[in-house]
Write a protein that binds this ligand. Structure first.
Ligand code: CA
Length: 224
């Protein structure tokens, strides 16, 4: 299984925090709940989280201050954040997004919609993560050299892995066979047919997700 993502929930209303945590856990996330900003910030120093669900109205440090602090630190600058707010005033919405919230939800909200939004934001962030590339049902861990399709591990050869990694790192970008030979094989004197053969095997191994590798006649390949 792919490593579970940790979602931190900072919310002083315990019922809401528990409800959000429950729905996220059902969907396979690991959650940690904090009733105030201080305890969350202290935790973050030692335990980086993958996602933050952040309430704005909190005792002492408010949500916007927390967001500002996170964005100013290099390690948390690009951490995905979904803001929860009881206030639907424009000021809060604009402030939240200007300070770098990825999305916001106004209370009362549907926990199921929140989970869907968390997933959508994580997908958007996937490509920016230095280690894990997540796109559609495909997940690639560049550190452990592991690939999952729908959470199930797929065994690839070293060349297949590097081919997939190259395409996934620049999702949507077209690579010519020659370019792929240069990047993956480190040798563009190999016949271009070699690329086609490896792409074919890669597609087969990826099953449904294999359709994400597109052939552009006359151009090469890209991952969508
Ligand atoms: Ca609150």
């Amino acid at each position: 299984m792919a490593p579970r993502k940790t979602v931190a929930i900072v919310e002083d209303e315990r019922d809401i925090a528990d409800l959000v945590a429950l729905h996220l856990e059902w969907e396979g996330f690991h959650t940690v709940v904090f009733g105030d900003g201080e305890s969350f910030m202290a935790f973050m120093e030692r335990n980086p989280c993958d996602f933050l669900v952040l309430d704005l109205m909190l005792p002492s440090i408010n949500g916007l201050e927390i967001l500002k602090t996170l964005r100013a630190k290099e390690v948390t600058a690009s951490m995905p954040v979904l803001v929860l707010t009881a206030k639907s005033s424009e000021t809060d919405r604009v402030l939240g997004l200007e300070l770098g919230a990825d999305d916001y939800m106004v209370k009362p909200f549907s926990p199921r919609e929140l989970v869907a939004r968390v997933k959508a934001i994580l997908r958007r962030h996937g490509i920016r993560d230095s280690s894990i590339i997540q796109t559609g049902e495909l997940e690639i861990d560049r550190k452990s050299k592991t690939v999952w399709v729908k959470g199930k591990e797929v065994q690839l050869t070293q060349t297949e892995f590097r081919l997939l990694e190259t395409l996934a790192m620049a999702k949507g970008e077209v690579f010519s066979r020659r370019e792929l030979l240069k990047r993956v094989w480190g040798d563009d004197t190999v016949t271009e047919r070699t690329v086609d053969v490896h792409i074919k095997h890669l597609r087969e191994k990826l099953g449904e997700a294999g359709k994400m590798i597109k052939t552009l006649r006359g151009w090469g390949y890209k991952l969508i």
